[in-house]
Every structure is written in structure tokens, then in C-alpha cells.
Design a protein around this ligand. Sequence first.
Ligand SMILES: Nc1ncnc2c1ncn2[C@@H]1O[C@H](COP(=O)(O)OP(=O)(O)OP(=O)(O)O)[C@@H](O)[C@H]1O
Ligand SMILES: [Mg+2]
Length: 386
Amino acid sequence: MLNRTALEALTRRPLPFLRSAWPWRCAAYLVASAVPGAAVGLVAAAVLLLPKPVGVPAGVALLAAIVLPLARFERLRLRLVDAVPLPPVPRPWRRELGLAVMTLLALWWIDLVMVAFMVAGPVLLVLTPAVQPTVSTQAGIAASVAGVLLLPVAAYTVTAWGGGRGAMARAVLAPQGSELSEVLRSRARLVDAFETERRRIERDLHDGAQQRLVALSMTLGMARLDLPEGSEVARLIGLAHGEAKQALEELRELIRGVHAPILTDRGLVAAVRDVAGRSPVPVDVDLDVPSRLPAPVEVTAYYVISEALANVAKHSGAARASVTGRVERGTLVVEVRDDGAGGADPARGTGLTGLADRLSVVEGRLSLSSPAGGPTLLRVEIPCAW
Ligand SMILES: Nc1ncnc2c1ncn2[C@@H]1O[C@H](COP(=O)(O)OP(=O)(O)OP(=O)(O)O)[C@@H](O)[C@H]1O
Ligand SMILES: [Mg+2]
């Protein structure tokens, strides 16, 4: 997975992280604080070294001249630790100016002190035998080994500090509040519109096509009764009757997939028991959740469980499966397990990736563990605050 910020990169496994460019990018980001540091030095030198009457005005003029280029510089160097483009904001120069002032006043020297402590410590330890000839050979080697062991730790702390500083710079340059809530609101609208449309399709299929098929099936059944037993026509009508019943069953299944009325009428627990009851693989259901949850949460959880159980039946070869669910600190956590062959891979179908898309709309998370040989565990977390 490609990381777009230093803080994201910290969540990678240790070796890929240490081999990545992120620790170096963060170190470069922090060392670049020498530029605002030099600017402060220049202003201080002007004030202190020039003759009294001109010193202070020259210092102020210099500060005014450097603050805007410095603000641009801050925005540019942010790319080292955060590759996500900054969203446009009204009057960006005011925010840039704010960040430049913060950097000039304090941040530059905090960055430099941090990077010096975090990197210089291990490097000096590594170089002990070279820079301190007075220490014994064993002590020198021990110090070098300790220094080498501390280098990865330094990579983590430099990245954490650089990433944190980047997040702070981003927060000053582009506070996300209004933009984000608007996006979420429109997402919620989308979910609602989608659900309404589903229900409409379900009603249309239920009241239209399904009723016609029921009538057709009954008519064929009656026609069969009136025909002489064993005749060719009776055989053909019998076949047609069987086909009509099968088509009706398939249509019912399709309607349940589009929208499950039992979910709207009786809630998640009843709907999941219904799906589990129809699964060819025996499923233990243990749902310890309130009788009703917010509609988007119920619908998402229901479709996740339906797809997971369909996958168990289609791919796993499992003898048993289970669905467990509970609400933990305001988040619905559902786990679907099976004791089958494992090896589930979202890249091989559209079902699992579709679930991930569905979950992202309600800010949920999907995790999958399915080693070859099994077992498979699918875990979903959906925040209930809707
Ligand atoms: N419980 C499971 N046990 C073993 N393998 C699984 C399991 N679930 C999924 N898989 C494997 O992962 C692949 C991807 O699953 P996914 O649900 O994304 O697609 P699909 O079921 O093949 O097709 P679709 O869901 O789009 O009809 C499957 O093709 C299957 O090989
Ligand atoms: Mg599937």
C-alpha cells in the first residue's frame, strides 16, 4: 500500500518502513527548519549589529521581506512529510502567514533540537571508537552496537515528530472542519437516496413481476389438474409449472437481495437469523445488539453478513460458520467466521471490495484474515452514531 503521509507510513511493518524514504524525508523536513532559523539569525544580527537608529527599522523591514517567501517555503516543504494535496481555502496567505510566524517564533528551534537529539545520540554512539580513542576497545564496540540498535528507534522518532509537525502545519494551512462535514452530509444523503430506490425496486418487483408469476404458476397448476394423466400435454404443462415455481423462487431470492423487508420490519437480529437459516452451511448466530440500530448501520451490517455467508457457502468448503455481533463503545462489531479452506482474496471478485466501498460510506472498517488452510475471519466495525 502506498503511504501518503509520514504518520501513515508509521503503521507499516518495521522492515518496509525502515527501508522506505519516510525517515529520510522527515529528517530532511526537520533539518529544513535551519532556513527559518537562519532568517531569525539575520534579523537578530541586523537589530544587534547595525547602529542603533537604523538597527530596529532594518530588522523590521527584513522581517517583513522574508515572512512571505518563508510562508511559501513552509507550504512547499510540507510535501516532504505529507503528499496529500492541500484543499483550496479562502485567503490562503493569512494561514501561511500564521504558520510562518509560529515557525519563526518557536517551531524552527524545536525541530532542530529534536532532530539533533534523536539522530546525534545514536550516531555518536556508533562513532565512539573513532571519536573517543581513550575508551577501551570493548566499551567502544559495545557503544557502537548500542548505537546501531538505536538507529531504527531514531528513524521512528524522527518520522513521528516530522509527521506530527506536518499534521500541525496542515491543520494551520487548511482546517478541514466545514469541508469534511459537507462531504459526510452528502454521503449520508446518497445512502438515503440509495435505500429509497432499493425499496422502490423491491416494491415494484414484489407487487408486479412476483404477483404475475404467482398467478401463472397457479394457472398452470390448475390446467395440469384438468388434463388426462400421462398425456404429452400434461407432461409439458408439468414442466412449465416446475419452471414457473423455480422462477418465482429465484425472483424471491433476488428481491431479498435488493431489499430485505424483514430487516426494515424486525431489525438486524431477525434478518440475520433469516439469512443464516437459509445458508447451506450450518451457522451459529450470536448477536448481542439492541433491537434496533440506526437504519444505515443495520442495512450495511446486513449486506456484509449476507455476502460473507454467501462466500462461505460458495468458496470455503466449511463445515460450520458463525456470526457474532456486539456494540462496543458506540461501534457495532460483527465477526463472521468459518472453518473452511481460507485463502479469501478481495482481488479475485467484486463482493469483498464492494463491501469495503459500502463500509466507507458509513465510515466503517472491514478486516479480513484468511490464511491458506483457513480459518477465515471477516470483521466489520460500523460506528453507530448516525
Ligand atoms: N470464506 C471464504 N473462504 C475461502 N475463500 C473465500 C472466502 N470468501 C472469499 N473467498 C475467496 O475470495 C475471492 C473473492 O471473494 P469475493 O466475495 O470478493 O468474490 P466472489 O465471491 O468470487 O464474487 P462475487 O462476490 O463478486 O459474486 C473468492 O473468489 C474466493 O476465492
Ligand atoms: Mg462473494
